[in-house]
Design a protein around this ligand. Structure first.
Ligand code: TYM
Length: 336
């Protein structure tokens, strides 16, 4: 029953705006993969409610993220695009995994510690067991290739542990070995305000991130205000070590322009950041504006987006249903 062919799965939370980090670390890579592999991309609304969400905002963000993914180049003809809650098998498999994963494993998850902060006792139970649902997202489709940014690495290690324990306890080789695909120049885009923090949609400062909904003026302003140090730009990549803000901006420049960091540094060596930032703003706007425009256009037709997600969910369920049926048989549930 276990299929051995390659299958790609990845997910993204609809908890606010899409950021440049999401785009460079994940979405852009998904676009390249959809033609190469059978691919599923999921707007993970069930993950989003692990922290409190306004229901209307969640509905809006789910559509907006789907629109952003299509605008960035995902084609519903080449991949399966859907929102998680329309495929109830995710929750069903997550329950089984809640019984496979060990509390000690979850206690080691750094993202829970970061997100729960000082108020651990008051965090939702869903936030704590979030990685089990993420493992279920992937393994429900027996997917083996998972394109993500660097911050998801630890969650994918847990997914591998869960798959391995399930296989050991019940059914050798049932779940595949999951391989993280951490691709491209910008696998960890940092905050524009603080080069030691990840660019994140949950950062309270709007100036810390570029959103895919930002217009040209806003992008230019955010880059102009981006924190830097007072040294001139170095001529070589090694000179960026210990200068996280400068390194981040050069990385973004390279990723968006398709030029190497060495080439960029060769051009700006010895200069301050003024011209560099102006050119980076131009490159950013040239790259992102068409996506933003298309995303806004798609958001005028929410019926189209809803139809894409519904159709994607139906396709996803045709893969998921036989897998969950088999899992239920394997663990001993009686369904006469
Ligand atoms: P999320 O919604 O936080 O982010 C979606 C994707 O964007 C990447 N990313 C970044 N990459 C580089 N630099 C950044 N600053 C940056 N910020 C975000 C993330 O690594 C991710 O690939 N738990 C996941 C969603 C998820 C998932 C899954 C992913 C749920 N189920 C199954 C893969 C497979 C998350 O919160 O991603």
């Amino acid at each position: 029953m276990t299929e051995k062919k390659d299958r790609v799965f990845s997910g993204i939370q609809p908890s606010g705006n899409l950021t440049l980090g999401n785009y460079l670390g994940a979405i852009r890579n998904w676009v390249g993969l959809q033609k190469q592999y059978e691919s599923l991309f999921c707007v993970v609304d069930m993950h989003a409610i692990t922290v409190s969400q306004n229901p209307d905002d969640l509905r809006h963000s789910t559509r907006e993220v789907a629109a952003g993914l299509i605008a960035a180049g995902l084609d519903p003809k080449d991949c399966i695009l859907f929102n998680q809650s329309q495929v109830p098998e995710h929750a069903e498999l997550a329950w089984v995994f809640n019984c496979v994963a060990r509390i000690g494993w979850l206690n080691r998850m750094t993202q829970f510690k970061e997100k729960a902060g000082k108020h651990k006792e008051n965090a939702s139970v869903g936030l704590y067991i979030y990685p089990n649902l993420m493992a279920a997202d992937i393994l429900l489709y027996l997917a083996n290739k998972v394109p993500v940014g660097e911050d998801q690495k630890q969650h994918l290690e847990l997914t591998r542990d869960i798959a391995q324990k399930f296989n050991n306890d019940f059914a050798p080789d049932f779940f595949p070995d999951v391989e993280p695909l951490i691709m491209g120049e910008a696998t960890r885009v940092m905050s524009l305000r603080d080069g030691s923090n990840k660019m994140s949609k949950s950062d309270p400062s709007e100036y810390s991130r570029i959103n895919l909904t930002d217009d040209a003026d806003t992008i230019a302003k955010k880059i102009r205000k981006a924190r830097t140090d007072s040294d001139p730009l170095p001529g070589e990549e090694a000179g960026l070590e210990g200068r996280p803000e400068a390194k981040n901006l050069v990385t973004i420049f390279a990723a968006l322009s398709g030029r190497s960091k060495a080439d960029i540094l060769g051009q700006y060596e010895g200069q301050g950041f003024a011209d560099f930032k102006k050119d980076l703003a131009d490159v950013s706007v040239a790259h992102l504006s068409p996506i933003t425009g298309e995303m806004n256009r798609l958001m005028q037709d929410t019926q189209y987006i809803d139809d894409v997600l519904k159709d994607g969910a139906l396709q996803a369920r045709t893969i998921a249903q036989p897998v969950i049926k088999r899992v239920h048989e394997i663990v001993g549930f009686l369904h006469p």
